[in-house]
Write a protein of this length. Structure first.
Length: 280
């Protein structure tokens, strides 16, 4: 098997890549889907979420500061529960819907619409302990683990760099009114969100480049495969040459059959001969 892989030194043809795509083998980065999902979730939370949080803070402010004005008799508590519950349902539904659509878009933008049953076909190597061990501890698995650790380190470092300047403000933030505290928290949250999106965006571009390189490398061809593919698509060159010879021979035979009907023949002993037929 190693000898076969070592012989695959040629770049894959477009036909080989198209055939790999039909089998579900396409370059795909999970980080791009994560970027879409994260961006959609943050966008929904920063729009509907902030509005819902402000409404909830207004209810809680009345309950904490002026509990005697908080009506709990009759249907007031029921209306409050319904109001808060409906806002939470709308927020969760919008968030889940946006995440689902974004996740689908994150995959479609990489490979387009692709449906194949090739991945569902049972294969021995999928249940082989040795193949499973190679998938868990092979070079690709170690590369994925390294990328994950690196992203985690970068995210933690960026989060620390953003939150560290606000550490000395914590005693002040605790003593602030909820209405004044909300804009500060939103500002810090936005800084964290945009920093996280930027990190994932850079990681997704790099990961997609790595995945595409691996995909091209995985589909490399040997010289024999290129010859076999050419024969499959264009036909065997020997057969095509034989067919061409037969056509040329038949053409010459038809030409020679017309020579006796010629009125005059002009010849050059070393180069050519021309037969002319005069028609009255």
């Amino acid at each position: 098997m190693e000898e076969d892989e070592s012989q695959k030194t040629e770049a894959p043809s477009q036909y080989k890549l198209d055939e790999a795509r039909k089998k579900g083998d396409v370059p795909k980065s999970q980080d791009i889907a994560t970027l879409f999902v994260l961006t959609a979730g943050i966008a929904v939370l920063l729009t509907l979420g902030l509005h819902s949080a402000q409404d909830l803070a207004r209810y809680m402010t009345v309950f904490i500061e002026r509990p005697e004005q908080f009506a709990v008799d009759g249907g007031a508590l029921q209306r409050l529960s319904f109001d808060v519950g409906s806002k939470m349902v709308i927020l969760l539904s919008a968030t889940i819907g946006a995440i689902c659509v974004a996740g689908l878009a994150g995959h479609l933008v990489q490979s387009g619409f692709l449906f194949t049953g090739e991945k569902m076909i049972p294969k021995i190597d999928k249940i082989s302990p040795i193949a499973g061990f190679k998938r868990l501890f092979g070079a690709e698995a170690l590369l994925t683990f390294g990328k994950t650790v690196l992203k985690l380190i970068v995210i933690c470092w960026v989060a620390y760099a953003i939150l560290a300047p606000h550490a000395r403000e914590m005693p002040i933030l605790v003593a602030m009114e909820p209405a004044a505290l909300m804009p500060v928290l939103v500002k810090i949250l936005l800084e964290l969100c945009f920093a996280l999106i930027g990190i994932i965006a850079v990681a997704s571009v790099a990961d997609y480049a790595i995945q595409r390189f691996s995909w091209i490398k995985r589909n490399r061809m040997s010289k024999q495969e290129q010859k076999d593919e050419y024969k499959k698509l264009e036909g065997d060159p020997l057969i095509k040459m034989k067919v061409r010879q037969i056509r040329m021979q038949r053409g010459r035979n038809r030409m020679m059959a017309k020579v006796p009907e010629a009125t005059v023949i002009i010849t050059n002993p070393t180069h050519f001969a021309v037969a002319l037929l005069y028609v009255a």
